[in-house]
Design a protein. Structure first.
Length: 571
């Protein structure tokens, strides 16, 4: 009986023990899980801290720029596009391998960036992070990754690429922080970033072939004549389209951080200059159009310097000291005769002509980098005379190109544009001179190249007409007589003008080949002649030695020997 009673009692005790054991095991398991969770949280927190610290160490963390539309030239050649790119960077303080060995391998993989010494200097810099390559191909990423160095890191970023490098840099401009900072990138920033329009590339009026030729010829002249800077424009005389726009020195928009203020400045639209004798044809056009001069046989006294009050206007030494008609005034580039013509035109009509050409306002074009002309505050008699030959008034080279387009295209001024114009959609513009006056100007501009200071600007078969201009460089309080601005403004073909070409050099020096002359006839004019010879066919102008503008009614009025160039160095 006793044993029967005792069994259930033992069984009960055994159940209690099992429950206690299970409870203990559950508790231990929970504690273990809590410890594991805490460990995981610590690891996650540590990783997060490392990530934050690593991110904070970078001095140049790449950023993803917003999508942006492409920019192409008039023929569809790419000028700017947004691409996906890889960057290669290094944390010098986290390198585990031998720096010299790593530098050697990097130099083998990226010889265009530098040699072993250069890479060694980069990966041992006393900084937390630095870039080794900002535009790496997937193949290069794979090869560098195979080095097996954890201190070298890779990251994907969106970048703006200018595939033509420095070509048309001032036209395109550049971006920063995803926004356009200059050029077309700035002027059309909203359009380029608008989701509704960014899929349609912006088509510029620029022709990369013409642009490259102009840059090449102007750069060659800058080097030859040790000039401080240069500007060049090729402009469609009937639509206002800018086919080429060159500003030197230039910059690479892919590496804009390496450029200084001089490189970033667009000389053709921002810088204003006294452009000298290139203004003389404008004065002649004003005289003819206003009926001041009605006969090409009429002559003006250039036998001696012109004294006006305490000012003396004179011509270059060696120029003919005699009475000159309108065509001869331009052929010999006479300041004295031009001043006499302007004196008869008068200040009101001279100002009216300059205003119609836009010389009193910033140039009319899409980019925002535009200089304000220096307009005389008081138009005395001497002001009228000196501005007639380009002194005392300063404009941009683009102003001059637009003016010459109006002189030769039948008399209509149109604003310049960097956007391609579809046939029949050019801006109506405004009339500046009559068609008859424009026809007369074409004759005289051609004669300047055939017999005057523009001879070196000719291109066989292209019937070039134009005017040289050389002016002392204006500085604060006066002029620097040791420096000048040399310009040649031209158009072709003069029997049916289609394009205006302007070349300008800032502070060129004379050479042995130019006999020490540093005037436009010797340096700027050849740039235009060589450029036209290279691009004429590209622009659809077929050279023809049997065609030319008819000057038969002017030639009999000339006293000068057609086989003798002007005696001066050429203004």
């Amino acid at each position: 009986m006793t044993t029967l009673v005792a069994r259930p009692l033992r069984a009960g005790r055994s159940g209690d023990q099992r429950q206690q054991l299970l409870a203990t095991q559950h508790l231990r398991l929970m504690m273990l899980m809590l410890l594991f969770a805490a460990g995981v949280l610590i690891v996650i927190g540590r990783l997060a801290m490392l990530g934050i610290m690593a991110g904070g160490e970078r001095t140049n963390t790449p950023t993803m720029i917003a999508p942006r539309g492409d920019i192409v030239d008039r023929n569809g050649a790419p000028l700017a596009r947004t691409i996906d790119a890889w960057t290669i960077g290094v944390h010098p303080k986290k390198l585990l391998g031998d720096p010299m060995r790593i530098a050697g391998k990097l130099a083998e993989l990226m010889p265009d960036k530098g040699d072993q010494a250069w890479f060694y200097a980069q990966i041992t810099k006393p900084v937390s992070f630095t870039y080794l390559n900002r535009r790496a191909s997937p193949g290069l990423i794979e090869a560098v990754n195979a080095i097996g160095e954890p201190g070298i890191v890779f990251e994907r970023e969106t970048q703006r690429l200018y595939p033509q490098s420095t070509l048309a840099a001032h036209v395109l401009g550049f971006i920063s922080g995803g926004r356009g900072m200059s050029g077309i990138e700035r002027a059309l920033d909203d359009r380029l970033t608008n989701p509704a329009t960014m899929n349609q590339p912006v088509t510029l009026s620029i022709d990369t072939r013409v642009q490259a030729a102009m840059e090449s010829e102007l750069g060659r002249a800058m080097t030859t004549f040790s000039a401080r800077g240069g500007g060049g424009i090729v402009l469609d005389a009937h639509t206002g389209e800018v086919i080429a726009m060159v500003s030197l020195p230039t910059f690479n928009p892919n590496r804009v951080g390496m450029a200084g203020s001089e490189q970033l400045r667009n000389i053709t639209t921002q810088s204003v200059f006294e452009l000298g004798s290139t203004f003389k044809p404008i004065t002649m056009a004003a005289a003819i159009d206003n009926g001041v001069v009605t006969s090409m046989e009429r002559r003006f006294d250039a036998t001696h310097p012109l004294q006006v009050g305490r000012f003396t206007i004179h011509d270059e030494r060696g120029d003919p000291k005699r009475w000159l008609n309108m065509a001869e005034t331009l052929i010999y580039s006479s300041n004295v005769a031009t001043a006499r013509v302007a004196d008869e035109v008068g200040p009101e009509r001279m100002q009216a002509m300059f205003r119609k050409l836009g010389f009193d306002t910033r140039p009319d074009i899409e980019v925002r980098e535009k200089g304000r002309p220096l307009w005389p505050t008081f138009w005395a008699r001497t002001t009228t005379m000196t501005t007639a030959y380009g002194h005392g008034i300063a404009v941009t080279p683009l102003h001059l190109a637009n003016a010459y387009a109006a002189l030769v295209n039948g008399g209509t001024w149109r604003p310049a544009t960097l956007l391609k114009v579809q046939p029949g959609h050019e801006v109506a513009g405004r009339r500046v001179i009559s068609e008859a006056t424009s026809a007369r100007m074409r004759q005289m501009l051609r004669l300047i190249v055939l017999r005057g200071t523009g001879r070196k600007g000719d291109a066989p078969g292209y019937r070039v007409g134009g005017k040289t201009g050389t002016a002392e460089a204006a500085v604060a309080g006066g002029y620097d007589r040791s420096r000048n601005v040399a310009t040649f403004a031209a158009a072709f073909p003069m029997d049916a003008p289609r394009y205006v070409v302007v070349a300008m050099l800032d502070s060129p020096l004379g050479t042995k080949e130019t006999f020490g002359w540093k005037t436009a006839a010797w340096n700027a004019a050849p740039v235009v002649g060589r450029t036209i010879a290279r691009v004429g066919n590209i622009l659809g102008v077929v050279p023809d030695d049997h065609r030319d503008v008819d000057v038969s009614d002017i030639v009999p009025t000339l006293w000068e020997d057609p086989d003798r160039a002007p005696k001066s160095g050429g203004q």
